[in-house]
Design a binder for this molecule. Structure first.
Ligand SMILES: [Zn+2]
Length: 299
């Protein structure tokens, strides 16, 4: 029964050291192992805040099994305020090391500094019914009420309308595919908001549901599952002026915003392709060609 801290470390081809601060809580009674990642994207603060609070405040006397916490999975992006930072091979390798030996993964994400995010959770379906049922139980226990099932992998076929098919989100293989264990990805927090009530509270409830922490878990209703979705991008570089907000329900044809040049000429009008809810959107002023603007989901 103890807490332990250390840094995982890798040196990349250019000789730069990448570190991952890890805290391990070894519980009073033996049990399973879970890995919680915060900060794979360094400006998604809710997950980083929740991960650090989880390690700081959890008493090993209240824990069964082992909780492994990565406090800043992409340290460079956290310390340099880098948005949408790619997961370098060295980071992926450290994530694999931190998750190996665990039976469950929670990988905290959310909106970056210039992103609004409606809270939801990605539940990764890996083709193993037992693991998927556990992942769905974790997704429900998180308590955000909206789940996106990620079943398919690979890049989508080109679509003449420019829209991404429903299964585009999270096309890459994840740790759960590699390790064959349940993984959820909470998408909570936005524009620097730490939102630890929702993220931290949700993680605590998942840990209770799985038996890592004492006490009964809150039994939330089954979450809504997102069906069709639309991922809209910029036709060209410009300055973006959105007029909607996340959580807003829009109908087909609703004006969502426009891209203008510096002098006011409208370069692109963005409209809702169908009746849907705004889930996630860019609120940054500059947009590049093919850059993300907004995604909408039906549930
Ligand atoms: Zn993220």
């Amino acid at each position: 029964m103890m807490k332990e801290t250390y840094f995982l470390s890798r040196t990349d081809a250019e000789g730069n050291e990448r570190r991952m601060p890890i805290g391990i809580i070894k519980g009073a009674t033996p049990g399973e192992r879970i890995t919680v990642f915060g900060g794979q994207h360094g400006t998604e603060y809710a997950g980083i805040e929740a991960a650090m609070r989880l390690f700081r405040e959890t008493d090993p006397a209240d824990v069964s099994g082992t909780i492994v916490v990565s406090m800043a999975t992409h340290e460079e992006s956290l310390m340099n305020w880098i948005q949408f930072a790619p997961t370098h091979p060295e980071i992926a390798d450290m994530m694999l090391e931190a998750a190996t030996g665990s039976q469950y993964i929670i990988n905290c994400h959310g909106g970056e500094f210039t992103e609004e995010m409606h809270p939801y959770v990605i539940c990764r379906l890996i083709g193993d019914e037992a693991a998927e049922a556990v992942a769905m139980r974790m997704a429900r226990a998180l308590g955000v009420g909206i789940v996106s099932l990620s079943k398919y992998r690979g890049e989508p076929p080109p679509d003449p309308s420019g829209a991404r098919p429903a299964w585009w989100l999270w096309p890459k293989k994840g740790l759960c595919d590699k390790l064959g264990i349940p993984e959820i990805t909470p998408e909570i927090g936005q524009v620097g908001d730490r939102d630890d009530l929702l993220m931290y509270g949700g993680i605590i409830n998942v840990l209770k549901e799985l038996g890592f922490l004492k006490g009964p878990a809150i039994q939330h209703p089954e979450p809504n599952v997102i069906g069709d979705r639309w991922w809209l991008t910029a036709n060209q570089e410009g300055i973006y002026f959105p007029v909607v907000t996340v959580g807003q329900e829009v109908t087909k044809g609703t004006f969502l915003g426009e891209i203008r040049d510096y002098f006011g000429t409208v370069l692109q009008t963005v409209e809702a392709p169908d009746d849907a809810t705004v889930m996630n959107m860019n609120i940054g002023m500059p947009v590049k060609k093919d850059g993300f603007l907004i995604w909408l989901g039906q549930f």
